[in-house]
Each structure stands twice: as structure tokens, then as C-alpha cells.
Design a protein around this ligand. Sequence first.
Ligand code: ATP
Ligand code: MG
Length: 410
Amino acid sequence: MAKYPRFSGSATDELRGFRGGPEDHIRLKLRDAFTPAQPVADVRHLAGRTTVLRSLIRSLEDQRLHVVLYGERGIGKTSLLRALTELGQEAQYLVRYTSCGEESDFSALFRSVISTIPLLYHADHDPTDEEIEQGKSLDSLLPSGPLSANQISDLFARLSGTRILIILDEFDRSPNSGFRRSVAELIKNLSDRSIRVQLLIAGVASNLAELVEHVPSIRRNIFGLRVPAMEADEIRELIEIGEHASGMAFDDKAIQLITSFSCGSPYLASLLGQHAGMAALDRGVKEAGASDVAEAVRIAADEIEQRVSENSVETINRAFAEGKDYALAALARIAMGHGGRLDTKNGDNAAECERAVKDAGLPYELVVPAGKPEDGRYEFREEGLPTYLWMMVARDLVNDPAKAVAKIGS
Ligand SMILES: Nc1ncnc2c1ncn2[C@@H]1O[C@H](COP(=O)(O)OP(=O)(O)OP(=O)(O)O)[C@@H](O)[C@H]1O
Ligand SMILES: [Mg+2]
């Protein structure tokens, strides 16, 4: 048996009776402290994001708007929704979270949400009713068969004594325009009749129109919020939270490197934090330093490479070999800081962006126009490319800092 690698923890998450040394203990905790593959589940582990949460709460509570939250993959949408769920529940909202998919069906989705809402909250039912005692829910008032947005809002119109927040995450995953149109119609109905139900839609998109493309009529009824890249102090806080949760410390240089290599992405910060912590443990120390972050960057770059198409990996290798690393690094940084958008006409980086698009983006067909060609907006042809490129640049930096700085700039 000894020659095989073994799982080091137990699937029961039990630490009791745990026979490893203190280092194995930290290793186990590191996995929960930095969770690059999972959203933050507990508001106490959410770093930063106070401004975003404040404006979400304001628009829901003060303006009674519906909300569309958008941003690129891994920017922290689901983590924010989890935190908002907790905060909403604390304020006695009934919060219902659902994740959309290719199969999402309007009737089935809302029927299942409604089935979790106690009859108690229906204005026409007296709380002493026998049915309420039996734990019946609002869906007992719905007809069978497909439901229309009208039928659902008629039912919701009779709600009293509570407010409901329905979260539809991964809205972009539903390719069904009928589903999207019905959701929009429901939003319109709910707003026009001041009904005590609000929708919070989230998904991957570089602009609001992309996510609600079929439904310009609801623009007035929704608050669109793009989740911004995280600030350096928010990334620092993410690492501090991880330090407390795991018992692994990160020295100043390590924190500084993770902050600049993550480029505002909580996903990258979490990934680098976990790998750097593990690398430090492999060296038998409990404080991660610059060399551990360097190791983390190498592992992360290999890992992310698996998620990019072979064709793009080849193209990027060729472009790097032909001296386009500076231009591609600039494009990656701009995209990561602006929700995936490359704007050659507006914004602080417009001139730099235009140069890099012309120099490397278009010649290697790594970027494509977004919207009308005359708008001068572009995006990477593949979603994961900015992150991958950024890790390639980081890998060059940690492998050969002098050469990389000379080529790429500091
Ligand atoms: N505010 C935060 N504090 C700490 N970690 C965060 C924060 N936001 C996101 N993360 C981490 O970043 C990663 C991505 O977050 P999340 O899953 O919420 O992103 P997402 O935008 O929903 O991604 P996707 O588009 O793939 O669904 C997760 O590892 C999560 O733990
Ligand atoms: Mg998500």
C-alpha cells in the first residue's frame, strides 16, 4: 500500500482523532481557507465588497428595484449573492437562490420557488387556518400545467407580511430566449404593480445589454451592477482572512506578489493563496514567502492552461516567441480590470488598448470586435484568455525576473 499516494484528510471533515502532525492540520485548513473552486459560503469570510453590497442593498431596499449583477467568470458574483442571501434573511426577507441551466424552464423554476413559500404569507389566509398548520405552501393555489408571468404575479400580488428575493444565478447559461422573455415579463409585471417580490439576476457578461438582450423594456425597472475587479486592499483582506482560517502566515513580499499577480481577480488570489500556502508547507515552514508564490504561479499557470483551447495556447506561444508579450500583457491587464472589455475609444487606457489590439490582438486573432465595428470595442475570443495570459506573464516574471522586466516592463 505504501507506494500509493493517499488522501490526507477524511471526507467527513473530521479533525477529531486526526493523527497527522500540525503541518497536516494546516494543510487541511488551507483547503477551506482558500477555495478557488467554490464561492465564499459565509459572509464572515467575504473580503472587501462593502461598496458593492451597499449599493445592492440600497437598490433593493430603498428603490425596490430588481437587480442584474454581471461580470466575468470568477469575479465573485455567486460569493456576493451568498452574502446577500444571509444579509437578506437577517432582515426577514425570504430569499430563494436558484442556479439556471440549459434546461431552465420558467414554469418549473417558479413553481419550485413558490412551493417553498408558506401559505401563511398569503393575504387571504388566516394564520389559524388548518392548511397552514399542515405546512401547506403557496403552490397549492396554482393551477397545474404551464404558468404564465401573469399568473405568477397575480399570486405574488396577494403576499403579505414578508418580502421575497428570488435569485437567479448563472442566467447566461440558459440559451432559451422564451425563458428570458418570461422572466423579463415577470419583472415588468412585478414592478408595475409594486408587488413584494424582487428578482436578482446574475450572470457572465461584459455588459448589461448582453444579459438582458431580449428585453429592453425592463431597463427602467432594473438596477444593473457590474461586479468590479477587487482593489489591492480587498485582495490583502482576502489573504488575511485565509491566514486566520488556516494558521498559515504570508509575509509582506508574498502578499504584495499575490496582489499584483491576481490583478483584481478573487479567483486568482484564492488560487495563488492556496498553492503558495501548500508550497510553504512542503518546505516545512508556516510562513509563505516570495518563492512559494513563485511556485504557486507555476502550478496555477499549468492548471489554467488546461482550461484554454489548444489552438489558443499555440497561438499565444507563437505570439510570445514573436515578441508580443508586452502587448498581450497589456490586453490581459486591461480586460481583467474592465470586466473583459477592451475599449479602444474611451477610458484611461484607450490609447494603450488600441495599440495592443492592433499590434497583437487582431493579427493573432486573439480578440474579436464586440458590438458594432465602429464602436472600437473588442473582447478576447475565449473567456479564460485574459487570466491565462496574465499567469503566463507572471510565470515569466517569477522564472526570470530580470529578463521579464526588461521585456514586459515593471
Ligand atoms: N469577496 C471575496 N472574498 C474572498 N474570496 C472571494 C471573494 N469573491 C470571490 N472569492 C473567491 O473567488 C472565487 C470565485 O468566486 P465566485 O465563484 O463567487 O465567482 P463567480 O463570479 O460566481 O464565478 P462564475 O462566473 O464562474 O460563477 C472563489 O474561489 C471565491 O472563493
Ligand atoms: Mg458563480
